[in-house]
Design a protein around this ligand. Structure first.
Ligand SMILES: Nc1ncnc2c1ncn2[C@@H]1O[C@H](COP(=O)(O)OP(=O)(O)O)[C@@H](O)[C@H]1O
Ligand SMILES: [Mg+2]
Length: 307
């Protein structure tokens, strides 16, 4: 085996079992159905079309929006349907760097043999390029500028350079695509650079409309104990008020789903066939109040939407 194959071999050894094959779906209207039935995700055909059009142009996509609006799950699912393989996920943090995503050298081995392919361990971004699959770069605002610029260079040229190895890795297929996620309202996070924003296709995520959110809740909650449309309405009315309040925690769709499932679980534990208002109240206060002084406000909110 030539030396050049060693990195590919390592990638297959380390990641081969994780990146299993799945069904490739590149028709947006079919993808919408597969997303709903197999992934339990409600996604508009327009969004799928825009993502796929970006991929056809080798352009990375940025999903921006509040927490719990499905950015991470939808991103991963779309990368998977596009490439027909499981995708990688990189959860960003301030100290993320090229060594963590492209590859690093084992210090002892590097001391003994130098910076060679034997002492090099490939990491997810390089692995994704070699395996021709997608990468979800989650919460990109948590990373630093240098990291963002490094990623852009890789995306622009669809290649990774490892100078120590004097090697260039080129993307060989169309499966290697990137979706970034970010929450622009999180004040604790960094801004994205102009250079970054210029190169990505930005797609905005918002809280879904009433019908869509009800559909998501139905898709995600169990059949039994049953929950009536009126009870779901109570949940969504409270959630709506919280989203419009300027001081309280703003719940995402994920929390609407969890609230419903918790109410169902409590009803089940009590031996009920159907969720009662009491179950919704009981679970809502614990789930939605994030500080002890919120509890009263949440309780009042729940009582208010009932009148
Ligand atoms: N469009 C959607 N279809 C189905 N579930 C959704 C959708 N949007 C949000 N959810 C709920 O939120 C969860 C996913 O949220 P996540 O992808 O982590 O959101 P984000 O990354 O925007 O914070 C799902 O498990 C589901 O409960
Ligand atoms: Mg997320």
């Amino acid at each position: 085996m030539s030396e050049g194959d060693l990195i590919e071999k390592k990638v297959h050894e380390i990641y081969g079992n994780l990146i299993t094959r799945s069904r490739m779906v590149r028709d947006p209207s079919v993808a919408v159905k597969v997303l709903e039935h197999e992934y339990k995700l409600v996604v508009s055909e327009e969004l799928v079309r825009l993502v796929y059009a970006s991929f056809l142009n080798g352009k990375p996509v940025l999903f921006e929006g509040p927490p719990g609006t499905g950015k991470t799950e939808i991103g991963q699912a779309l990368l998977e349907l596009w490439s027909g393989k499981k995708s990688f996920i990189l959860p960003c943090s301030e100290n993320y760097d090229e060594y963590k995503v492209i590859g690093d050298f084992h210090p002892l081995m590097a001391m003994k043999m130098g910076f060679t392919e034997e002492s090099f361990t490939p990491r997810p971004l390089l692995a994704a390029m070699i395996l021709d699959t997608g990468v979800l770069v989650d919460e990109i605002r948590r990373s630093n500028d240098e990291f963002q610029n490094m990623l852009l260079d890789i995306i622009d040229k669809r290649r990774v350079v490892v100078p120590e190895l004097k090697r260039l890795f080129l993307s060989k297929g169309t499966g290697f695509q990137i979706i970034f996620t970010s929450n622009p309202d999180d004040v604790a996070q960094n801004e994205l650079s102009d250079a970054f924003l210029r190169r990505v296709v930005r797609l905005k995520f918002t809280y879904p409309d009433r019908d869509t959110e009800t559909k998501i809740i139905r898709l995600r909650s169990s059949r039994k104990p049953s929950i009536s449309n009126d009870m779901i309405k109570v949940i969504l009315n409270v959630i709506d008020r919280l989203r419009n309040s300027s001081i309280l925690h703003k719940p995402g769709t994920d929390e609407a789903v969890t609230w419903t499932k918790m109410a169902q679980a409590i009803a089940e534990l009590e031996g009920y066939e159907e969720v009662k208002l009491r179950h919704i109240k009981e679970t809502g206060i614990s789930l939605l109040s994030k500080r002890s002084d919120d509890e009263e406000i949440i309780e009042k909110l729940i009582n208010d939407v009932l009148v």
